[in-house]
Each structure stands twice: as structure tokens, then as C-alpha cells.
Ligand binder design. Sequence first.
Ligand code: NOJ
Length: 753
Amino acid sequence: MRQFKLSRRMFLASTVASVAFAGKIANAATPKDAQIENIIANMSLEEKAGQLSIFADGTRSNNPNINPAAAKQGIEEVKEQIRKGTLGSLFSAKGAEGAREYQRVAIEESKSKVPLIFAADIIHGCETQFPIPLGEASSFDLDLCERTAKMAAFEATAVGIQWTFAPMVDVARDQRWGRVAEGAGEDTYLGNQIARARIKGFQGGDLTSETTVLACPKHYAAYGAVQGGMDYNTSDIPETTLRDVHLPPFKAAFDAGALSTMTSFNDINGVPSTGNHHLLTDILRDEWGFKGLVVSDYTADEEMIKHGYAKDGRDAAKKSIIAGCDISMQSHLYNLHLPDLVKSGEVPMEVVDESVRRVLYVKKQLGLFENPYRSLDPKREKTDIRTPKAIALSREAARKSAVLLKNDNNILPMKKSGQKIALIGPLANDKYQTLGTWAIFPDYDNAVTLEKGLRNQISNQSLIKSVKGCEIEKPISGGIQKAVEAAKWADVVILAIGEKQEMSGEAQSRVEITIPKPQQDLAEAIAKTGKPVIIILSHGRALALSGAVKDANAIMCAWFLGSEHGNGLADLIFGDYSPQGRLPVSFPVYSGQQPYYYNHRPTGRPQGPKDERFYKARYIETDNVALYSFGHGLSYSKIEYSKPNLSAKTLNFTNSIRASATITNKGKRTVKEVVQLYINDNVASLTRPVRELKGFKLIELAPGESKEVSFEISATDLAFINHDLQRRAEKGGFTLWIAPSSVTGEAVGFELV
Ligand code: NOJ
């Protein structure tokens, strides 16, 4: 235990009432290291504040619009800051040569000689793009998630990046929120598994390796719970829900070795995350023993002024450093105010030193003191990006991430010859709409559109007629007429519609999560031709589908599948592979149902059979159901599930029971099946979700093959955060399903005694 311990009450007194700091700092437990202690002992306060500051590097960024202020800086200006020690890390740029020179200045010309870390948002690939994270979560394929993160790290380190601001592990239960695209969807259990896999992929077994990056699970915390799904909004969230739903993926990521995290923009119950001592210190450090560093989101410390939580920049700097935010991103507040805050006694030197210690500890774990030029090798930049292996992985990830929602009369897969295809829609052949929201270094030239992917696989090119029909958000004069003519000529229509990639991601919340009107009009006109229609949706969230889109013969969720978008889709459309994707978010019937998530708690008036509609929990316009619920997704075979079988009807707190089911492929194709285990706690001291995912297994089944799939269940799997904020299982009855989605399967009961 360190000498200073700041209780929550003392913290409130020292910040809210702006009295001088008095009390103890939390138990940070950063391991002491002679080299690090020596550096800290010789640093000026200004250098310490610099070590705790990160800035966007506009000199090597390919997108000056992201950080306009940084884009104005010249190389010499940046070097001067490094020399003076007023920054400790740079982000949002690439280029090994340039980074090497900045690193040389840091270790040769600055007084403290502390190496820099170079960071960037490597979210779903670096040079080779993989599906957006939400899309990839649909694969339910943890090995895939680990391999794409590993490849992203391989490419990132080839272009001089050592720290990624990923994975985003925010649980997102409201599809209006644009950033749902960046995470693993609405479910905590799935989120935990994917967080773990991505951390393993990014960081590997050895953080000092030239090909691994420091991961940064973000945004800590409850950013996915912003009210109304509006980005940056407030979140009011009971501590039980916070701990039960939103925090576990962070804990899973830290347990997997993640050594940094980023604060979120939102406030929780009135306290902005960046100034939230309870989150950043009480939980993160004291309870979980996190030894890594905390970075603020972009100017999130300064934004506490607009939140109405800090009266000015100085107050904001004080509140965030005391809360436990080690690094200030982009606001300059630590440079500007930390030295004086320490001199005036408002912030103890120990607080600042502890943050510097954490940052230096992480730099040491990355091997930067031994090898400051780690991952800054200009040769690799030429040989290690967009390798055939990376492209093949991108294609594999693309085809494993698409979800087949509907396939009437087995219209999919299609034959590669003998059928005339009208490929219609604004998302059929637009390279700018393939990579997804966070392709930070996009290579649009090499992006494979749906049209390109389909054409790559057929020999008679005249079998495809391609017509745009409309723009994503605007009609084209005469566009629908041309599209209808193409549909009449064709045997089948493939309609590529949905959102543009800028409709999801940061600051891209939507009120209506629907297909934009010009495209809906296009779909209605095509439907009137009576030709069979296959919809291929591009999107960064679950959508509320209606009319001719909902009624199409087949619907495939294609998200934004990355560099190999079109090739991956063509692999599925022509049946070289069967879809394995399952929904990580529920598709509602209407936008107005948001937030809709499958694992909601039961009401006292759940809706019964159709004739019992009044005074029940439902809407006038729709039942309280999803159009396509979490976990849903079809393959190209008919798969049957037996009723689950239990090894015993009771378990206690020390043993476990086995639940198993036989899964049979009744079709004619080898397919992958995502076998899902759900549980409901029948009666508890706090009401529990109608169903909760507790396990899943991805299996392959040959035609006619049956496999027994089993899950071990112990009391730990049944535990939840109770009223006393303890994770505990409670005795009593439970219901269990082994099923292909969150709303199907036969139920069996068991008891915890
Ligand atoms: C703001 C975003 O919220 C965050 O996710 C990102 O990592 C930072 N900007 C840095 O680019």
C-alpha cells in the first residue's frame, strides 16, 4: 500500500469544493525499478508534465482533417518539443523513417532521454483492412479475432506504430449510437471473449517483440451506455449494471495483459470519466490491481469544463490527474498546469510521480529503454504490409463475418453461370464504401467492391449488368427507371444498399436506423418487377428493415468487410463457403424500440400470446421482439438441435454439471455452426435477464454429420453483481437452452443448491 490513500469522500472534498489536496493516493502498486526511479528523480516538473502528454503528429499524418491543429506544426517544431521534454508520446501518424528521427531526438537530445511511444488508432487493420469490429464479432470466431489483431500489429509495427488505441470494448445496447460499429456488440459475454482474443492478438506473448503493439481497451467506461444513443451524451447507470454489463470486458482485457486504457467522453451519474476517481482509481487500481497507464480521450480532460465539472483548464487538469488519468491527450492541460498545481500544493508531487512511473513502466515493458528503435525499421515498411498472407486473411475474415439473415427457397448460393444478374444499388461498386469507419490509413485503390468480387468469379462478364439506381442519400434522375429495366432483363437482382461508412463511428449517431429513403424507394420499385431479390447490406450497426427490403428473398449483412469486401462476399454468394456469421446485435422491428437488446430484464407484464396484448409490455406498433435477434444467422444447410441433456439436475457451489446437445447437419453442404448456450436465473434478489449467453462453440458439420456439443456449468457461470456489489450466484432454479440464437431452442431446468 502506498503512503497516500485518497478516499472517495476526501476526493470529493478536494475537488468539488476546491480545497487543497489532503489525503492519500490510491494503491497504484507500480513496481519500483531503479532505472525508472533515477529518471524520475532527475526530471523537472515540466518534463514530468511532458511525459504525461500525448499529441497528434500532423507532420506524418495522411489525414490533416482529423487533427487540424496538429497539421499546422512543422517537423522542427515537434523536434523542439521533444528536445524540451514537453511531450512523451505522439499519435495518429505513420512512417518508420520519421518516427526514427523523432526517437533519435528524444534519446539523444532531450535531457531525460526517455524514448517516445508512437501510437495510432489501428482499429480493424492498418494497411490491410479487416471487417469493422462489429462485423468481425459476427464470426463468433475468437481465433480469427486474434489473428486479425496480430496481423494488424504486424503491419502497424512495420510502419512505425507501437501502441494502438484498440480494441474498443464498450458494450453497445443502443443501435443509434454510431460507435457500435467499433466494438463487439450488445452482449457482455461475447464482448469479454473478443476483448481477450484481440488483446492476445495485438500484444502477443511478448510486448518487447518488434511485431507486437501495446493495446488500449477503451473507452473506460460505459461510453456505450450514452443516453438516447447520442454520442458524447451523459450516461446514468446503476453501479450494479455498470459492473455486471459494462466493466467486465475491460477486466477481461486487463486480465489478458492489456497495459493501457483510455477514458471515455461521457459522464457517469454526473462524474465525467476523465475525472472519475471511483473508476480510474478505486476500481481500476485498488480492486483490479491494474499496473498500466490511463490516457484521456482526445481533450476529454478539458471537456470537463463544458460538462460543468471543472471551472477552468487548471481545475480540469487537477481533477483528472488526481482521479488517476495519467496522460492528457491533446489538450495541453498537463503541460500548462501540472507544474504550478504541484508548486502550489494542490496536487502532491507523489501523484504526478506515480503517473510518470506508470508511463515509464509501460515504456519499459515495451522494451523501449533497451531498444528505442523497436518497430521503427524502414525496411519492414516495404516488405511487411499488404502481404499475400494479410490479403488472404482479410478475405477469410470478410467471408466469416457476413451474416445471412434470410434465405427464402434457398435462393443463395447462386450458380456462377447460366443466370443473368442485375447488380443494383449505390453500394455495389464504391471503393470508398468497403473499408469501414476506422480505416485510419485507407488504401481505397486496392479495395475490392462487391461488383469486382462477383466479376472475379464468373467467366461470362455479360451475365452481370450493373446499375447504381440512386446515390446513398440522394435520388439520381432516371436512376430508378434504369435499375428497373436491368431488373426486368435479369433472372435475379442483387441489391447492394445500406449506410455509407461515415454514418457509423464517432459522432455518427442516428435517430432513425433505417435504410435511407432514396434506397428504400429503389428497393420498392425493384420489388414491383417480381424478380427474386437478394439484399446485400452495408452498415455499421443493426438496422430497422422495412417494406421491400425486409420482404426480399434473401438478406445478407455485409457490414463493411474491409479490403477484400467483394471477394469475401462473392465466396458466399456463389457458395464456395457457407456463411458462419451470427448477429452480435439485435435487429429491431422499428428504430423506436431502441435501446433493444436480447438480454433485457423481464417486466411484470411480459406479453403473452397474440390475444393478450392489452396492458402488456409492448408498443402499439409492435410486439417487444426483434426482427432478427442476437445470435441469429443462417448457413446453407438445415441444422437440427436436440433437446439439451444435463448430467445432473442439481449442482452446488463446488461442483459443476455438463449440458450437452446433439447438433445434426440435415443438409447437403459442409457448414459452420455457432452453438450457443443461454441461461436464465428464474428467481433472484435482483431481476435477471430473460436469457444470457454463457458459452458458444463454433463447430463444423459435414452433410449428415451429428456432433455432441457440451458445456460445463459451475456456480461461477451463474453469478451476477448483487445489491452489495458482490459477484455471487444464488441458490434456486435456472433455465438453460442450447440453441442457434437467443430466441430459439428447447428449455431445460436445473437447480443450484
Ligand atoms: C477520439 C476517439 O474517441 C478515440 O476512440 C480515439 O482513440 C482518439 N480520438 C484518438 O484518435
